[in-house]
Design a protein around this ligand. Structure first.
Ligand code: FDA
Length: 581
């Protein structure tokens, strides 16, 4: 007899995408197993910028405090510096991740959470721990080998790497969260556009306390422009804070067309000294590795019962800090849909909306991140250092100080090039503005109407497909974010006092369809009120209107006012959303 383990959902991978998927499924009470190849989670810091949407997911899961406890806080992440070395001359600074007061207003108005920095080495254990506590069977040192699917499920062959024992996991659905070299995606024959390994990069991690050089300009990112910095990599040299201010990661490029450099401690130490501008420094080198810059995304994220999330379907440089964030958000989109289908609340066709909603996001972030990496060329051009090396490069950088027309032109060009970097470091629209068009949204023909640059600025809207806007609500004893009223385990209908009849309608439809759906009436004398009168301005429907919010906080349907037949209208919407008619 064959060894077979059974589950409802098998998750391959314990990175941000996989660990989040397992945690979300367990939160919803879905039986799941998570396997991962290595004995534990990420062993290098990797992704770190954690944006508002990811933080909102942690808030929804009740782990926001755990993440904040291990993160470098918002007020220490922002003074992105450009310099010739850390100890050398500063070329310029830009306030980033929504820390410039005017941008901070945009960020604070759009979300109850702010961007923080938490390396994967700290984040993954939090996700994995909470997943396991809530029900996930986590199997480490377990490798995905192959899979085949039929009408009812997927047979997955795995190997226990401790014993070499191979066995089968029979699962109803398979989630491939196995990273940029995903075997699950390859076996599911997902189609891709773009290319892998378009530039060569190396990571060097080291320890050295350099507080006196950085704590007056606290930041996650210190970009270094010096000879060699325009070769390969992510645009230019980078000294990235891992922990303030004694643990760091350097990203340095190399020419992908040449043989890869053979990194050793001596070479790593040399690069650290050059980028820090501290020739005498004795850093403790803790690791180094080579990696390729990718520009590739899948155009279909699923085949039958197999779904891929995270880097498995979008591969791009760390520019804009979107990797781990988007990976977690993929899982947030998928997990509630799988739960609804497994419980018989939704038709399996609901699952098709995963590709329809997330493939455009994959394309957008891969394109944006690669463009941001290329736009470092604007700074090289502004400084006039393109094609220059050594002394010549230093002289060209020096010219920005000259009291000459050439110096003045260089200063103006530099200021302009710095502005462009807002598209990498303050791209609020890219970070938050994900609008869905699919069968899981009942469109009313509207969409958010941007009045400013769509990549830089997020537009809050309740157009079906948009993310629920943020407003503070509560009463004399509590202050809640609107999103807190619409938890992940149910659908939520939002209305005002004159729309109270929606409550009964929702109760009837919920009971009839067997789908968790609750109404929250916002107004004075109700459980929560619109504390700052913001919601009235944001809701875009009359007080008696209704907004139907999906578990993942996207608006699924809306009615501008109370109708004569709220039960029929709500039922029709729900049936369409769940693919049941
Ligand atoms: P991720 O790659 O994190 O996880 C894949 C998981 O699948 C792992 O748990 C792995 O063990 C498992 N797995 C793979 N194959 C398997 C198999 N056959 N069987 C079982 N399990 C398997 N981003 C950024 O913003 N800043 C940065 O500095 C970096 N640096 C960086 C360095 C390195 C070395 C890498 C590899 C990546 C980065 N990134 C990064 C990218 C960032 O790490 C990435 O976007 C996210 O980790 C994506 O999360 P996923 O969960 O999708 O994949």
């Amino acid at each position: 007899t064959e060894d077979v383990v059974e589950t409802d959902v098998l998750v391959v991978g314990s990175g941000p995408a996989g660990a989040a998927a397992a945690l979300l499924l367990s939160e919803l009470g879905v039986d799941n197993i998570m396997i991962t190849k290595y004995r534990w989670t990420a062993n290098t810091p990797r992704a770190h910028i954690t944006n508002q949407r990811a933080m909102e997911i942690f808030r929804d899961l009740g782990i926001e405090d755990q993440v904040l406890a291990d993160a470098t806080p918002h007020d220490l992440v922002g003074d992105t510096v450009f310099c010739t070395s850390i100890a050398g001359e500063e070329i310029g600074r830009i306030r980033t991740w929504g820390t410039r007061p005017d941008r901070e207003a945009d960020y604070r108005l759009a979300s109850p959470c702010l961007t923080v920095d938490i390396p994967q080495t700290y984040l993954e254990p939090i996700l994995v721990r909470n997943a396991a506590v809530r029900g996930t069977e986590a199997r480490f040192s377990t490798e995905y080998l192959s899979s085949s699917q039929d009408e009812d499920g997927v047979r997955v062959r795995v190997r226990d790497r401790l014993t070499g024992h191979e066995y089968t996991i029979r699962t109803k659905y398979l989630i491939g969260a196995d990273g940029a070299r995903s075997r699950v995606a390859a076996d599911a024959e997902l189609p891709y556009e773009g290319a892998m390994d378009i530039a060569g990069s190396m990571n060097i991690t080291f320890k050295a306390d350099i507080s006196e050089l950085v704590d007056h300009r606290p930041s996650v990112l210190y970009w270094v422009i010096q000879p060699g910095s325009n070769v390969g990599g992510i645009g230019t040299g980078l000294v990235r804070m891992v922990r303030p201010w004694d643990e760091w990661l350097i990203v340095w490029g190399y020419d992908i067309a040449s043989p890869p450099p053979e990194l050793d401690d001596e070479m790593a130490r040399g690069i650290v000294r050059d980028l820090l501008g501290m020739p005498e420094l004795e850093p403790e080198i803790t690791g180094y590795s080579l990696w390729g810059v990718n520009e590739m995304y899948a155009t279909r994220l699923q085949t039958g019962r197999v779904f891929c999330v995270g880097d498995a379907v979008h591969r791009h440089p760390p520019s804009n800090g979107l990797g781990s964030n988007t990976s977690i958000q993929d899982s947030y989109n998928l997990a509630w849909k799988l739960a609804a289908v497994l419980r018989g609340q939704a038709d399996p066709s609901l699952l098709d909306s995963y590709t329809d909603e997330r493939a455009p996001v994959a394309r957008r972030i891969v394109t944006r991140a690669n463009r941001s990496a290329r736009e470092f060329a604007d700074i090289f051009e502004a400084l006039g250092v393109v094609g220059l090396e050594g002394e010549e490069m230093a002289a060209a950088i020096e010219e920005r100080k000259a009291a000459t027309p050439a110096g003045e032109a260089k200063r103006a060009a530099l200021a302009k090039a710095m502005e462009t970097k807002n598209y990498e470091f303050n791209a609020h629209g890219v970070e938050l503005g994900q609008f869905y068009e699919s069968s899981a949204v009942v469109s009313d023909g509207t969409r958010p109407a941007p009045s400013r640059d769509e990549d830089l600025y997020h537009v809050m809207s309740t157009s079906p497909g948009a993310h629920l806007p943020h407003a503070w609500v509560g009463d004399n004893t509590t202050r809640l974010a609107l999103m807190d009223l619409a938890p992940y385990h149910r659908w939520t209908l939002l209305t005002g006092p004159t729309g109270e009849a929606w409550s009964e309608a929702a109760e009837a439809v919920s009971a009839e369809l067997g789908v968790p759906l609750e109404t929250v009436v916002i107004g004075p004398g109700r459980p929560v009120t619109d504390l700052y009168f913001d919601w009235a301005k944001l809701r875009e429907v009359e007080e008696s209107g209704a907004l139907l919010v999906r578990p993942d906080k996207h608006v699924a349907w809306r009615s501008t006012a109370l109708t004569d037949q709220p039960v029929d209208d709500l039922r029709a919407a729900m049936l369409q959303l769940l693919g049941r008619r």
